[in-house]
Design a protein around this ligand. Structure first.
Ligand code: B12
Length: 540
């Protein structure tokens, strides 16, 4: 077996169909925590020459590069990626596949590595690969090894094995080719004490690239900001979520001290002023959560923070919320998902009591924190009526912002299997390049086309027309939120129009006129904007 002394870890670039250009979906630059953790453990052994490459942030992420086959590439082009691999001359190339929509780019990066040098051993890992490991590796002849779930232990053991010339018997959670056949050792071992893992090897990355990235996961207020993660997994078993297959069925947590030490390091080393916790359920253990937030106050970090993936509403209470606020939390997104209790409890299996949500939203608002909500539209077996209930619920509880996503069945999840069994999707319908954003579910109740329409209607209705800050609470906040949409998507006529309405309400007429003009630029037929322009001109 090949020697494995020079190791290169790659976060691949992003390739999308032409019609998914940045006009429609933004590409996010995000500090790749996964390969940074792996780099840290490899570095700690002191046995390897190591290089990390974030092939997304190293290239063009705004307009992208059009490809000959009608796709667009964000990040490094194939040629640039091959040049980087050739320059380092690795024995092993590890490629991340964080979510399903990265599968094509992961395979492409492995293929390019083999093109540079067919002796390079390719290894893949990330949340997507553990869902259907055998099937996935079969689809990718250019992949030599697949590591499921967290890879800190397995990857180091694999490198040792490659150097020793035989595969260590204790390798766990791995799939590979042998004599033309796929071998698979399922994952059973998880790292129980997360404090034993070193902090991510940030020293190997150009961290400045991430500190002000405008399209990161979620929003930010202060720079430099950065991401970190304090736990792995979630105790809940929501039927749409892919986490169980990735992190295991039990949530594991770093100690409060270990978390606080990392934050302290980030502040001292990089002057970090805002943190995004990438946890899936950071408050599931109240005692630990309180200890983290109290520690942030006691150690006088003076930073602000939020949790972009949202918070489990059932874990929050008055005491926790007050401590969160005091420790710097400025925004809270509740993972509500549906406005119908049957859909939440029976179909999604999510422990949320909808009766408690309105009061919780008020409590958060009273603490002067921004409060938002996540909602899913088009869940298998929900009715059109249920979808309406979700939209009405989101409007009535008066959130600062609501995020409406169209349900996307992820391979390996319960809801994906339900869709297959009931014929709501066919296996070949799942297109990793698009399906995360574009519905493929067709039930007796609704079609993908209906969902796309109702989603747009929900956004205009709840986030803009009936935005509680526009109507009654805080006009500046409405302007701030509408402006951020306009900045990202200047061609959205409705966002420009309601920005105009907000400015008008505030009495800033010239800014309102500008916004109405922008509305008409993207949609000359926009009747309400035309009317406003006439009124404003008549008043002058
Ligand atoms: C940050 C994040 C994002 C960011 C990513 C930004 C970026 N450029 O990287 C953004 C906001 C873009 C994002 C988007 C989406 N995401 Co996301 N995201 C996350 C999140 C919250 C954190 C990822 C992270 O940093 N984890 C911490 C690190 C330490 O873990 P890790 O990356 O998994 O790394 C470990 C292992 O995977 C493995 N590993 C990782 N890389 C490698 C490489 C090699 C070679 C090896 C061997 C091993 C290995 O070892 C690492 C250390 O143990 C995860 C949930 C989670 N908590 O993990 C969801 C998660 C990855 N996302 C998910 C989903 C579904 C999405 C979306 C599809 C959602 C949507 N409908 O829009 C989109 C995809 C959009 C697109 N562009 O295509 C799912 C993935 C499931 C799947 N099969 O697709 C997850 C698991 C959430 C969930 N609850 O299901 N996401």
């Amino acid at each position: 077996m090949a020697q494995a002394k020079r190791v290169m870890l790659i976060f691949p670039p992003v390739t999308r169909p032409q019609d998914f250009a940045s006009q429609k979906v933004r590409v996010s630059i995000f500090f790749p925590l996964g390969i940074a953790y792996l780099a840290a453990v490899i570095q700690k052994t002191g046995k390897y020459d190591l290089q990390v490459l974030d092939a997304l942030s190293e290239g063009d992420v705004n307009d992208g590069t059009p490809l000959a086959d009608g796709k667009i590439r964000y990040g490094l082009t194939d040629q640039e990626l091959m040049d980087r691999i050739r320059a380092f001359n690795p024995d092993v190339v590890g490629v991340a596949c964080l979510f399903s929509a990265m599968q094509w780019d992961m395979g492409n990066a492995c293929r390019l590595a083999k093109e540079v040098n067919p002796d390079i051993v390719t290894v893949i890992g990330g949340a997507h690969v553990g869902l259907t490991p055998q099937e996935l590796i079969r689809q990718h002849k250019e992949v030599d090894f697949l590591i499921e779930g967290e890879a800190e232990v397995t990857l180091v053991k694999l490198l040792e094995s490659l150097n020793a010339g035989f595969l260590a018997p204790e390798l766990n959670g791995i799939a590979f080719w042998r004599d033309g056949k796929v071998q698979h050792i399922p994952k059973t071992d998880y790292i129980m004490d997360l404090d034993t893992i070193p902090f991510p090897a940030r020293d190997l990355f150009n961290m400045r690239k991430y500190f002000e990235s405008p399209n990161s996961h979620g929003f930010y207020k202060k720079t430099p900001y950065t991401q970190m993660i304090t736990s792995r997994g979630c105790p809940n078993k929501c039927t749409f979520c892919a986490l169980g297959a990735h992190w295991g069925s039990k949530q594991r947590m770093r100690s409060a001290k270990n978390v606080l030490d990392e934050i302290e390091f980030l502040i001292q080393e990089y002057g970090i002023r805002e943190i995004h916790f990438e946890d899936d359920n950071i408050t599931s253990n109240k005692k630990r959560a309180m200890a983290i937030f109290e520690g942030m106050i006691e150690r006088q970090f003076n930073i602000i923070w939020h949790v972009p993936s949202g918070m489990a509403a059932n874990t929050l209470d008055e005491e926790l919320l007050a401590k969160m606020k005091e420790s710097g939390c400025y925004s809270l997104t509740l993972a509500i998902e549906s406005g119908n209790q049957h859909v939440v409890s029976r179909l999604m299996k999510k422990p949320v009591n909808l009766k408690k949500i309105p009061g919780l939203v008020k409590q958060i608002r009273n603490l002067n924190m921004d409060v938002r909500g996540f909602f899913i539209l088009g869940y298998p077996d929900e009715t059109k009526e249920n979808i309406r209930e979700t939209i009405n619920f989101a409007r009535e509880i008066e959130l600062d912002w609501s995020y409406f996503s169209i349900f996307s069945p992820l391979p390996g999840t319960k809801s994906y299997n339900t869709c297959l069994e009931k014929g709501y999707i066919k296996k070949e319908d799942f297109d990793p390049l698009r399906s995360f954003h574009q519905s493929i579910v067709r039930t007796p109740e609704f079609t993908p086309e209906y969902l796309a329409e109702i989603r747009e209607e929900a956004i205009v209705d709840v986030c803009f027309r009936n935005n509680p800050n526009l109507l009654k609470y805080d006009i500046n906040k409405a302007i701030e939120n509408f402006s951020s949409v306009v900045e990202r998507y200047p061609h959205f006529d409705f966002a420009n129009f309601y920005l105009g309405e907000a400015y008008l309400k505030k009495g800033e007429k010239s800014k309102a006129i500008q916004a109405y003009q922008d509305t008409l630029k993207s949609n000359p037929e926009h009747a309400a904007a035309q009317k406003r322009m006439e009124e404003l001109q008549a008043a002058n």
